[in-house]
Design a protein around this ligand. Structure first.
Ligand code: SAM
Ligand code: SF4
Ligand code: F3S
Length: 465
């Protein structure tokens, strides 16, 4: 039993569902870490839960719809509360919704979904303990969507798992206001952590929590430190010097803010992964203009050339939106041409989705869902061919991977690891019983398709490379 103030917290279970980007997944990890102080442990079974939390995403209509439907289904948790197996008493389930939809629609959600007890936005994640406390003190139907007005963004990374990988927030919010995007409305203004704080945080994770790989997170990590006279490139170089840290990744970056200093860091920071996710969104300059992306296709391709010169091993992935309002066939074909020129290793492709409150939502638009769907399929089909060719070139080469999971394919036991260039590789173990989880291994690629790589195990280096 844990006692906080006047309230006793017996052991309870929380069920969490996360939608959206890595920032949201990391927020969920923070939520879980705070709730462990109130005696909550995680359950995978919603029916077992005392507390149900949805961490929502508003980036496309589909994300909203999925959440509304899942929330709708929770009504039965209140009408048929079941029996707590430990206490034998009828369960009194608390249901909460946080994240990007809750930030802008918190009050409406509470009104529409009677079973929802509270809603919380993206900037109050670290106050979740207080909100849960309020519900157990008897309060219901409240919404907390305030913005943190303090000048600094200062946090400590929370871990809830035993893996050597950690997500580390370095900047929050987004000031870019791309015309199609809801994120600046759901995540607020950009604010960076101080460089020294991040370095101390990562050093602590490496020394005391066995972290070997960090993923630096933000909607636009390339803006990191702008207000403090600091930069992402400086941060990468400082992290590169931390003994025991093996790999550094970052996501997501905006092409407008890629500096020469950052390009150089891709050559000099030896721990920086051979992977860059640099969303391009469209291969047409006129569409990029309407998207308010502030760069041209030529500028983007110039950046790729410089980055690949700095690190010839670099693998680039991107995001593309098909069917931006009034996109012409010619503008669409420019995106198909860009795929040939850029040689992306993978693309996250999306059909444009209208987001209320954004500039693009106010554009009158002649395109239909069918046109958008067809264009997206054309983009993805072309990319599959490019990918197959690029991955075919890996056959016969050796890569170091960090093993992430065990699985089986057609009855054969296989382990899966990720290369520095972020590709997943499957290999058969040398000994069936051996546990390779979080081992570093060298593998030789034996076959490749557009979406998967098979390999032979060459060397097992154990948990430290
Ligand atoms: N901050 C990143 C950037 O600047 O590219 C990513 C932001 S968003 C979370 C991830 C991706 O969703 C975007 O890169 C974009 O391709 C896509 N996206 C955002 N808004 C969209 C919309 N209204 N319709 C379709 N796709 C959208
Ligand atoms: Fe959205 Fe643009 Fe900000 Fe990315 S940079 S989060 S696409 S507004
Ligand atoms: Fe979605 Fe919010 Fe991330 S809208 S993509 S969860 S920042």
């Amino acid at each position: 039993m844990v006692k906080v103030g006047e309230i006793e917290f017996p052991p309870r279970k929380v069920w969490l569902k996360t939608y959206g980007c890595q920032m949201n997944y990391h927020d969920t990890e923070r939520i879980l870490s705070h709730l462990s102080n109130l005696n909550f442990t995680k359950t995978e079974e919603q029916s077992e839960a005392d507390l149900v939390i949805f961490n929502t995403c508003a980036v496309r209509d589909l994300a909203n719809k999925k959440f509304y439907s899942h929330l709708g289904e929770t009504k039965r948790l209140k009408t048929d509360p079941g029996v707590d197996p430990e206490t034998g008493l009828k369960k009194n389930v608390v249901i909460a919704a946080g994240g990007c939809i809750a930030q802008t629609e918190g009050k409406e959600l509470l009104e529409k979904y009677k079973q929802l007890d509270f809603a919380f936005g993206t900037d109050v994640i670290d106050n979740i303990g207080e909100m849960v406390y309020r519900t157990y003190a008897g309060e219901r139907k409240f919404s907390v969507t305030t913005w943190d007005r303090s000048e600094n963004y200062s946090i400590e990374t929370k871990l809830t798992h035993g893996s050597p990988l950690a997500f580390v927030n370095i900047i929050k919010g987004c000031d870019k206001f791309c015309s199609y995007c809801i994120v600046p409305f759901t995540r607020g203004r950009e604010k960076s952590r101080r460089l020294a704080e991040v370095v101390t945080d990562v050093r602590r994770l490496v020394e005391y929590s066995g972290i070997q790989e960090v993923m630096l997170l933000g909607q636009n990590v390339n803006s990191f430190g702008k207000d403090n006279g600091e930069s992402l490139a400086q941060l990468l170089l400082e992290l590169d010097a931390i003994e025991g840290l093996e790999r550094i990744r970052y996501t997501t970056s905006h092409p407008y803010d890629v500096t020469d200093e950052l390009v150089e860091a891709h050559g000099t920071a030896k721990k920086l992964a051979n992977h860059l996710h640099l969303p391009v969104q469209s291969g047409s300059n006129t569409v990029l203009q309407r998207m308010l992306r502030e760069y041209t296709v030529e500028h983007y391709l110039g950046l790729l050339a410089k980055m690949r010169k700095a690190n010839p091993e670099l693998v680039v992935t991107t995001d593309i939106i098909a069917g931006f309002p009034n996109e012409t066939e010619e503008e669409h074909r420019a995106t198909l041409r860009l795929l040939d020129e850029a040689q992306f290793d993978f693309i996250y492709g999306y059909a444009f989705s209208t987001r209320k409150g954004t500039k693009a939502a106010r554009m009158s638009d002649v395109l239909t869902d069918d046109i958008r769907g067809r264009r997206l399929r054309e983009i993805l089909a072309k990319q599959m061919k490019i990918q197959e060719n690029l991955r075919g070139q890996m056959v016969g080469k050796t890569y170091r991977v960090l093993v992430e999971e065990k699985g089986s394919a057609k009855g054969v036991l296989k382990w899966t690891g990720r290369t520095s260039c972020h590709r997943l590789v499957h290999f058969e173990p040398a000994e069936a019983q051996k546990d390779y989880l979080w081992h570093w291994v060298d593998v030789e690629i034996t076959s490749a398709t557009a979406l998967s790589l098979q390999a032979n195990l060459i060397r097992d280096l154990g948990k430290k490379p």
